[in-house]
Design a protein around this ligand. Structure first.
Ligand SMILES: [Zn+2]
Length: 202
């Protein structure tokens, strides 16, 4: 969004594992004084975006500190408190996911259209308690036009990777089917291993 030559950018951070925040120091608008960046998402996201600059591992990783950034960067702390956020005509909601150290899924709704971004989530449905959790995810994804899910493993691989915070593509597919999702998107992006990619293609 642009207003009086100031760009308003919204950055939603699902969690702060390294693979999700390492790109932040290379995000050009943070070096531009005409940018206003509003950050929301997982409750750790404020800490995470600072630590990518001011990390405790020692000097020499990156030549710039967080305080040197030119853009106005602020937290809006709405999705992080599980409150819905409205930007123009889009309503955004958050849901905690099953992932080590926590992660949030996000649902974007504009009119009748729904997109759910729900990566980094270990789906399980075998016991009564995780069956209930599975139902919670089904509800969040209900009638989505697009679901961007976690489908990292094959059903064989997941047996060795239980508790690692990611799903197998078969359980993800079952979730999408039960929730009447119209399109599963970006599977190659959320899938790490060659085996999973082969499985999805089959
Ligand atoms: Zn993660």
């Amino acid at each position: 969004m642009e207003e009086n030559n100031i760009s308003h950018l919204y950055l939603f951070i699902t969690h702060i594992h390294w693979d999700h925040i390492l790109g932040f120091p290379f995000f050009n608008p943070i070096y531009d004084s005409s940018s206003k960046v509003f950050v929301d998402g997982h409750p750790n996201c404020l800490k995470g975006r600072k630590y990518t600059f001011n990390n405790k591992m020692g000097d020499g990783f990156f030549p710039i500190e967080f305080k040197d950034l030119k853009a106005g960067i602020s937290n809006i702390e709405t999705l992080s408190k599980r409150e819905p956020l409205k930007i123009d005509g889009t309503l955004i909601e958050s849901l905690p996911l099953h992932h080590s150290q926590g992660s949030y899924g996000l649902r974007f709704m504009e009119g009748e259209k729904r997109l759910v971004f729900m990566t980094d989530n270990e789906l399980e449905k075998d016991s009564e308690s995780n069956g209930k959790e599975f139902d919670k995810y089904v509800k969040f994804c209900q009638d989505a036009d697009v679901l961007i899910p976690d489908a990292q493993y094959t059903p064989e691989e997941i047996k060795k990777c239980r508790g690692w915070g990611h799903s197998d593509f078969q359980t993800t597919y079952e979730l999408a089917k039960r929730a009447n999702v119209k399109r599963l998107d970006n599977l190659p992006f959320t899938t790490n291993t060659m085996e999973s990619k082969k499985g999805i293609n089959q």
